[in-house]
Design a protein around this ligand. Structure first.
Ligand SMILES: [Zn+2]
Length: 433
């Protein structure tokens, strides 16, 4: 038997109630023990050297967790404008599993499996877009351009359900984006949302909703659906810290809306989904002050934000640490919680004995940096998570140097983008008033 020991790290596994300095023993690609290792108690005859070479890794001063899960990324590289290389931007930065958030729909899904999942070392799951072509041509939500639900002809419930049922190993939910810019000026939002809910319920999977700059109100009125008002327990409200109109902080009170609190209490999950336009310090701080923490921490990594302002999962985790979220809750939000939400706790998300040995070793470094958000606002951040080592099924992969963050040049570009958002939001408000 081949064994490998990750020694002396602070092992944090919220799912199994573990938080202690100890060892993680891996045999034949699986977790065989969490506890002090001695060669006599192992079936292995290999001596533990205590060096980085050979059968052990000294994780003193580090945190050891189940392999990190990023529950919102765009992985469909070369086939969609938003797709990134997940082995480079995720696995090589400590993330062993990603969930693609709707890059493919029923008509384009097979390529996501064949050209991405089957070719990558990172585990790839996905939400299937309710639009048959997914995000084949769609960019970010922004003034101008078109979107994936500009026509309802491509929003087909049965095709979506059939594809999910035939691919349950990989497809774990349905995705829809509700935004005026991508839905024939808002005309199709209600119907696309209704069909996405139908598909998710018929397939028995969660719905992930992007809801920003949308005409869909939080609580439905006169027969119209609301978001998150009509989401059910287990559904996911992503981009929860966006500061565009329709966000979770009610502008009338300056507090998290009653509809969002009610949704959280009944079991709707709130996901960060940082991206290029969905992490505003001012919104996240208001939520933190009310104890409204995200259930899932994710990056929404895509081509328009992987070079900043989202950068990588450990950056988004560092933002939550700065806001005062508890360390064990941060770890849960990038391991067991997303694994549970996507129904894959038997495969990923914790360090139970016999589980595939997906393991991440992290350090918390002291830093002194002004970290920008998506509108260029900065906060002085003093701690940063840094990936140190990563294993998938017991195989160690190299940690490659990440994109340096924060970056003052990114901040300058963001201020320009944020100015255009403000113009659009002002027009919206002028139309309403
Ligand atoms: Zn996204």
């Amino acid at each position: 038997m081949q064994s490998f020991v990750i020694k002396n790290g602070r092992v944090i596994d919220p799912h199994n109630g573990i938080d202690e300095v100890t060892d993680v023993v891996i045999e034949n690609g699986r977790i065989s023990k969490i506890g002090r290792f001695s060669s006599s108690t192992s079936s292995s005859s290999v001596a533990v050297t205590g060096s980085d070479q050979g059968p052990s890794l000294d994780a003193s001063g580090c945190i050891v967790t189940a392999g990190l899960v990023d529950c919102h990324v765009h992985a469909y590289q070369h086939a969609t404008p938003l797709g990134i290389n997940v082995d480079r931007s995720c696995l090589a930065r400590g993330v062993t599993a990603v969930v693609d958030a709707g890059s493919s729909g029923s008509g384009t899904f097979s390529g996501l499996r064949r050209f991405i999942k089957d070719q990558c070392d990172t585990r790839v799951y996905c939400f299937l877009h309710i639009a048959q072509h997914g995000l084949a041509a769609a960019g970010c939500v922004a003034p101008g351009g078109g979107g994936e639900i500009d026509s309802l002809n491509v929003v087909n419930v049965q095709d979506c359900v059939d594809t999910i049922k035939a691919n349950r190993d990989m497809v774990i939910g349905v995705k829809v984006r509700l935004a005026v810019d991508i839905s024939d000026s808002g005309k199709n939002e209600q119907e696309a949302y209704r069909r996405a809910l139908l598909a998710a319920r018929e397939a028995g999977v969660p719905l992930m909703v992007h809801h920003a700059r949308s005409n869909v109100l939080q609580t439905g009125e006169n027969g119209a659906l609301g978001c998150p008002g009509d989401l059910e327990p287990g559904d996911i409200y992503t981009h929860c810290f966006h500061g565009h109109y329709g966000g979770i902080v009610d502008p009338a009170t300056g507090r998290v809306s009653d509809a969002c609190w009610a949704a959280k209490r009944r079991g709707v999950l709130f996901d960060v989904g940082h991206g290029r336009g969905a992490f505003f310090w001012r919104v996240a701080e208001q939520c933190a002050s009310e104890g409204f923490w995200p259930d899932i921490i994710s990056t929404d990594l895509h081509t328009q934000c992987v070079e900043g302002p989202s950068y990588e999962l450990t950056c988004t985790m560092s933002r939550m640490l700065h806001l005062g979220m508890e360390l064990k809750d941060i770890v849960a939000a990038v391991t067991s919680k997303p694994a549970q939400v996507i129904g894959k706790l038997s495969e990923i998300g914790h360090l139970g004995i016999g589980m595939a040995a997906d393991v991440t070793v992290l350090r918390i470094d002291d830093i002194s940096e002004d970290l920008e958000d998506v509108e260029g606002a900065i906060r002085s951040v003093t701690k940063a998570f840094t990936p140190v080592a990563v294993f998938r099924e017991g195989k160690q992969f190299e940690i490659l140097e990440g994109r340096r963050w924060p970056d003052p040049e990114v901040r300058e570009k963001l201020e320009g983008i944020a100015a255009s958002w403000k113009l659009t939001d002002a027009n919206k408000n002028a139309t309403e008033n």
